[in-house]
Design a protein around this ligand. Structure first.
Ligand code: SF4
Ligand code: SF4
Length: 232
């Protein structure tokens, strides 16, 4: 899941202060699960914006919209996005991840679209209110070689061929509060009887599949071809 956290409320209020009709848009997916940008948070945000405006003697209209996903055009046809909803507002405050915010900006090119969240990482939920990073979306997954532990996202130096030598008692030298990824890789490979994997040298990596090659896209020709056939 994508993990995000809400920006400081003072920063959000400053960002929307110039607008008198604000659409607060939640997202029903990842940011709902990480309790940063779901319907409940959008309702709370709308109340805070109204209260802050009242305290300053300003009259502000606040609308809310709660799509299943803010990053998927499939969900933008509902009435809450029409003139009586988001389309009629003077600005959009998006509680989606960075992808959702940008998709909203594309959909409403004449409106200011303001992020209410800081998008942080791809991770997992380990406990109530506790998420950790697991993947950096490098575009060329090698987890089968590393016992299912990602050296890109979880090693402090993203080392590809073994530990840096600074690990101590299973902890990372960059941050002793986190486990050394290569210690975890060793332990996992040992457990599943694949320690020989450690002797396989990972060649210098082609990072063109990662972010370094610019924005990436993914198009399933089989799916788009099927849809085209059905439309005829
Ligand atoms: S190797 Fe790449 S794709 Fe696989 S988990 Fe790590 S960052 Fe994600
Ligand atoms: S101590 Fe382990 S996790 Fe930290 S940088 Fe070195 S190899 Fe990577």
């Amino acid at each position: 899941m994508i993990v995000a956290e809400q920006k400081a409320i003072d920063e959000i209020l400053r960002s929307v202060r110039d607008y008198d009709d604000i659409a607060v848009v939640s997202c029903g997916s990842c940011v709902t699960v990480c309790m940063a940008g779901g319907e409940k948070e959008a309702a709370g945000m709308a109340s805070i914006i109204k209260l802050a405006a009242m305290e300053e003697g300003r009259n502000v209209n606040v609308r809310t919209a709660n799509p299943v996903r803010q990053c998927d055009m499939e969900f933008f046809d509902s009435p809450e996005f029409g003139e009586d909803g988001v389309a009629g507002a003077s600005c959009v405050l998006s509680l989606g991840c960075g992808a959702g915010v940008q998709f909203m900006a594309e959909r409403y090119p004449d409106k200011a679209v303001i992020p209410a969240l800081n998008t942080t990482f791809l991770g997992v939920n380990r406990d109530l209110g506790y998420w950790t990073e697991m993947c950096q979306g490098c575009g060329n997954c090698i987890l089968e070689k590393t016992g299912g532990v990602c050296p890109v996202a979880r090693c402090g130096k993203s080392h590809f061929n073994g530990p840096c030598g600074g690990s101590s008692k299973g902890r990372c030298e960059i941050d002793p509060d986190i486990d050394c990824a290569w210690q975890m890789i060793y332990d996992r490979l040992k457990r599943i009887g694949q320690l020989h994997r450690l002797y396989e040298i990972n060649e210098a990596r082609d990072w063109s599949a990662s972010r370094d090659g610019g924005p990436r896209s993914h198009k399933r020709d089989d799916v788009t071809a099927d849809r085209g056939a059905g439309d005829e």
